[in-house]
Write a protein that binds this ligand. Structure first.
Ligand code: KIV
Length: 307
């Protein structure tokens, strides 16, 4: 039997995710913010790509996710939707795009599907958000919940702190149940003790996807910049870096700079025409740069702009 839950090329849906959990297959989710990363992560087998408001911190360099706007996330969502072919795509509703009233939440969530090319939205909150989740689901918009450490409430929590410890566990469990009963199709459990995540996973009927919530969830999510090692800051305990792209990027830049400075780049291999010493009047390199890439085929095979 194939290890892959969907055949090559077919889109992961809400139903696929449910079926995976019923077969005890773990869901692999990560974030994406542009078409190139979406394509890379999709090809790597991500089941779910979230256009997260974490883009405020990893792409925009902010300290919190709070200033990220709906227009900004929808812009990134459109790019991601062009890059991913297989993964289920989820747009993260930013701060104050759904909290004011259900009507505003409906209008804003709709933009992720109609403009952003997403198949679902995610929003933070538990019991208080249940009526809004119900309205969105009734309007045909699949909703992924998010409870525990909810970064949009960073100031209310007094920082990015583990939630649901001791007595507080009951509150987080009640939040997760309320989200599931309101009709969410999956729920992110962030920054909670692993025992609580296991209990929620046993008690709710929808897939749970953990981040800093231990191994007993139905799936896991990591911010792609974290798993790829693209952040230069301190790495949180729950993050595993599967690559060190930041260091490798620095090294690549240094190598490029060295070659530009020494004159070894571009070599003949990366140049058009013959060496300027033999043909001082040669101008084809300059011409090639002026042509749009689509017209590259006008060049002889040995001089194709795209190689
Ligand atoms: O914005 C985000 O990236 C998230 C994930 C960490 C779940 O909400």
């Amino acid at each position: 039997m194939s290890k892959h839950p969907v055949s090559e090329g077919s889109r992961v849906t809400v139903q696929t995710l449910r079926a995976m959990v019923s077969r005890s297959e773990h869901i692999t989710m990560t974030t994406a913010y542009d078409a190139t990363f979406a394509r890379m992560l999709d090809e790597g087998g991500a089941d779910v790509l979230l256009v997260g408001d974490s883009l405020g911190m990893v792409v925009q360099g902010l300290d919190t996710t709070l200033p990220v706007t709906l227009d900004e996330i929808v812009y990134h969502a459109r790019a991601v939707s062009r890059g991913a072919r297989r993964a289920h795509l989820v747009g993260d509703m930013p701060f104050m795009s759904y909290q004011v009233c259900a009507e505003e939440a409906m209008r804003n969530a709709g933009r992720f599907l109609s403009e952003g090319g997403m198949q679902a939205v995610k929003l933070e909150g538990g019991t208080d958000m249940a009526p809004t989740i119900h309205r969105l689901v009734s309007a045909g918009i699949p909703v992924m919940g998010h409870v525990g450490l909810t970064p949009q409430s960073v100031h209310a929590m007094g920082g990015f702190k583990v939630q649901g410890k001791a007595e507080d566990a009951r509150r987080v469990l009640a939040d997760a149940k309320a989200v599931a009963e309101a009709g969410a199709y999956a729920i992110v459990l962030e920054g909670i003790p692993r025992q609580l995540a296991a209990e929620i996973t046993a008690q709710v009927h929808i897939p749970t996807i953990g981040i800093g919530a231990g191994p007993d969830c139905d799936g896991q999510v990591l911010v792609c910049y974290d798993l790829l090692g693209l952040t230069s800051d301190r790495v949180p305990k729950f993050v595993k870096q599967y690559e060190s792209f930041f260091e490798r990027g620095v090294a690549a830049m240094q190598a490029y700079r060295e070659e530009v400075r020494s004159g070894t780049f571009p070599s003949a291999q990366h140049s058009f025409g013959k060496a300027a010493k033999q043909h001082p009047a040669a101008t084809d390199q300059i011409e090639a740069r002026a042509y749009p890439l689509q017209q590259a085929s006008q060049f002889a095979d040995s001089e194709r702009v795209l190689g």
